[in-house]
Ligand binder design. Structure first.
Ligand code: TMP
Length: 221
């Protein structure tokens, strides 16, 4: 739904649910911390809709299979970027927008910052493609209210990820690529300090989760 005036836009933003995204290099523990956060919200009587990117729609999951397929090693960087955006737009239209209009809490495992970090900073895609898409996202009022950036040393994270499953096409890009991803994320956090909160995922799981909950509580008040 497009706002017709500034007053209508402010009104829509007031009524909108909350959109929280989780980001981080490989093996940063996003899935575990999302699960723990959902349990915590449930204890508080709040239900959250959990989504993942790419995926969480039938079309998005098919695109995910292409993106992560290790047999497709030579994908052009811009082809890769547009596939992520295609899956994202489907998710926005099918789920994120309706959930937010329904005043729900939406938690998404990765979103736009991932494309900036992986495809633009590390993958060297032209940034202007994302500038256009970002404007589009702002117009649709689906920008995240809060982004938790779980930071981890890349070698440690890749080791953690490798202990859970075989490496996918993106994980196979190697430590140097993933170091750039991490630096890209940290640059984004510096650029958007109000929205992106960097939390080190190294250390006691309970303490990390506590810090996440503090940040989430701030936006739920
Ligand atoms: P996941 O392992 O966190 O589910 O994400 C799937 C992979 O896709 C992961 O290696 C990060 C990568 N990715 C990008 O490269 N660009 C993106 O825009 C997104 C959402 C994920």
């Amino acid at each position: 739904m497009q706002p017709k005036s500034l007053i209508e836009l402010i009104d829509m933003q007031d009524k909108r649910g909350k959109f929280i995204t989780f980001e981080g290099p490989e093996g940063s523990g996003k899935s575990t911390h999302i699960k723990l956060l959902v349990e915590y919200l449930k204890e508080k009587g709040l239900k959250a809709e959990v989504l993942r990117e790419p995926g969480s729609t039938q079309i998005g999951e098919k695109i995910r299979q292409i993106l992560l397929d290790t047999a497709l090693g030579d994908m052009a960087n811009v082809c890769e970027l547009y596939l992520y955006l295609a899956a994202r737009f489907q998710l926005i239209q099918e789920k994120i927008t309706p959930f937010l209009e329904d005043n729900k809490i939406v938690i998404c495992d990765r979103f736009n910052d991932a494309t900036m970090a992986y495809q633009v900073y590390a993958g060297k895609c032209p940034e202007f493609i994302m500038t256009g898409f970002n404007n589009f996202i702002n117009e649709m009022n689906v920008g995240p209210d809060l982004t938790i950036l779980l930071d981890v040393d890349v070698r440690l994270g890749l080791k953690r990820a490798a202990s859970l499953r075989p490496a996918d096409r993106i994980e196979k890009k190697g430590a140097e690529f993933h170091d750039k991803v991490r630096q890209g994320y940290l640059r984004l956090a510096k650029k958007y300090p109000e929205r992106i909160k960097v939390i080190s995922s190294v250390g006691e799981m309970d303490e990390v989760q506590l810090r996440i909950r503090e940040k989430v509580n701030e936006i739920l008040q």
